[in-house]
Ligand binder design. Structure first.
Ligand SMILES: [Zn+2]
Length: 399
């Protein structure tokens, strides 16, 4: 009995020792935890202190920048004061309305700027002037002017979608690296599948061009009529296509509306498909109504005989990119590129190049014109056609 008692006591003592050890450990580790916590708190304090110093530094820098801006604010006030009364604005508007000087997107934006300075951003005509400039610039693919007009409209408190490449122009911080310009094209990283990253409508628009033209068609009662005039030849290689700029006077009419022919240009192969088939090329005749409605007549060019109108154009290709070229004493009649029959497929689409603006009526002529293989080979762009886009429930009509 005594022997058992001793074993029990030893076990009890052993258990007590283990319990004491566990208690001691728990106590010690708790303290250690507390020490670590104190350490991390003081580290946080140090970080906060550093943040505070950084913030102070930034405030100092901003103060400096603000002081640098002061002279510019004075200059702006001085310009505003000099233009107040609107006399210069009136003169400029009268000058452009006279029609002796062609109204361009840049001049239209200039009128908006004068109005903003002389009368104010809140004047509805200021907004209207910049809206008009924006439309004109989009139509002519003038990114600088698109940006100027969008930023001006945003500054005037208008809800306007500012292109990402325009955002840095007015709000650029000196510290930021200049944003890389996106040069759109037809291949690789510049290609159509990347346009939407820089020009949102190209990616998420629901009425985009070009289309594959396939039945069923609705019947259109509209009659298309053109009245193109002979005029001095003015050509432009804009880095994406060869474009012929048209002097005022050539018009097109459909549905009781008259449109001015602004320019025509080429794509190789044709952007539009008919029943899934491309043509060798297409000529797009770009028109605009007085109300700003845009309409394009597409003339498909199929392999065949040499085209005399294209012969004249290719013989006068501009020697330099992005510079309008007016060869001496060459007259050109745009109607020489059209077929006799003006039957068409009509649909509502968009510009086929960035920024892919929608609200453009397309009339693709059913009768193609001809172009020789050699002439297609002489066109300086091997591939400048956007792929066909989703129909998204649109109706194609036939007239
Ligand atoms: Zn085109």
């Amino acid at each position: 009995m005594k022997k058992y008692l001793r074993i029990i006591l030893e076990v009890l003592l052993g258990l007590l020792f283990v319990a004491a050890s566990v208690l001691a450990y728990v106590n010690w580790s708790g303290k250690r935890h507390a020490i670590v916590e104190v350490g991390s708190v003081s580290q946080e304090m140090e970080e906060l202190d550093k943040d505070l110093k950084d913030a102070e530094e930034e405030v100092k820098q901003l103060k400096g920048e603000l002081e640098g801006l002061q002279p510019r604010v004075f200059q702006l006030d001085a310009v505003k004061a000099a233009l107040s009364g609107g006399q210069v604005l009136q003169d400029m508007e009268a000058l452009y309305k006279g029609g002796k000087i062609e109204m361009t997107a840049e001049r239209q934006a200039g009128i908006g700027a004068l109005r903003m300075l002389a009368i104010g951003a809140e004047d509805p005509n200021t907004v209207a002037a910049f809206t008009k400039a924006l439309e004109m610039a989009q139509w002519k693919n003038r990114l600088d002017t698109v940006c100027a007009a969008q930023n001006a409209l945003a500054a005037a408190g208008q809800k306007v979608e500012v292109l990402s490449e325009c955002r840095n122009i007015s709000t650029a911080k000196p510290k930021e690296a200049p944003k890389h310009d996106f040069h759109w094209g037809y291949e690789g990283k510049e290609g159509p599948e990347h346009w939407g990253e820089h020009f949102p409508v190209c990616g998420n628009g629901k009425k985009q061009s070009p289309l594959n033209i396939v039945a069923p068609f609705e019947k259109s009662k509209a009659k298309l009529a053109v009245n193109y005039k002979m005029g001095p030849l003015k050509m432009l290689n804009n880095g994406h296509t060869i474009q012929v700029n048209i002097p005022p006077g050539s018009t097109m009419s459909v549905n009781g509306m008259t449109y001015d022919l602004l320019q025509f240009h080429f794509h190789r192969p044709s952007e539009e498909q008919i029943n899934g088939d491309y043509s060798a090329m297409v000529a797009h005749f770009v028109h605009k109504s007085k109300e700003g409605q845009l309409a394009v007549i597409g003339v498909l060019l199929q392999y065949g005989k040499e085209n005399p109108a294209i012969k004249t154009l290719w013989a006068n290709l501009p020697p330099k990119e992005n510079e309008e070229y007016a060869p001496d004493k060459i007259a050109f009649d745009p109607s020489t590129l059209l077929p006799k029959e003006l039957g068409f497929y009509h649909y509502e689409g968009s510009l086929t190049t960035p920024p892919c603006t929608e609200g453009v009526d397309f009339y693709i002529l059913k009768t193609p014109s001809q172009v020789s293989k050699e002439q297609v080979g002489q066109f300086p762009y091997k591939m400048n056609a956007r792929p066909v886009q989703q129909l998204n429930g649109r109706k194609i009509s036939e007239g």
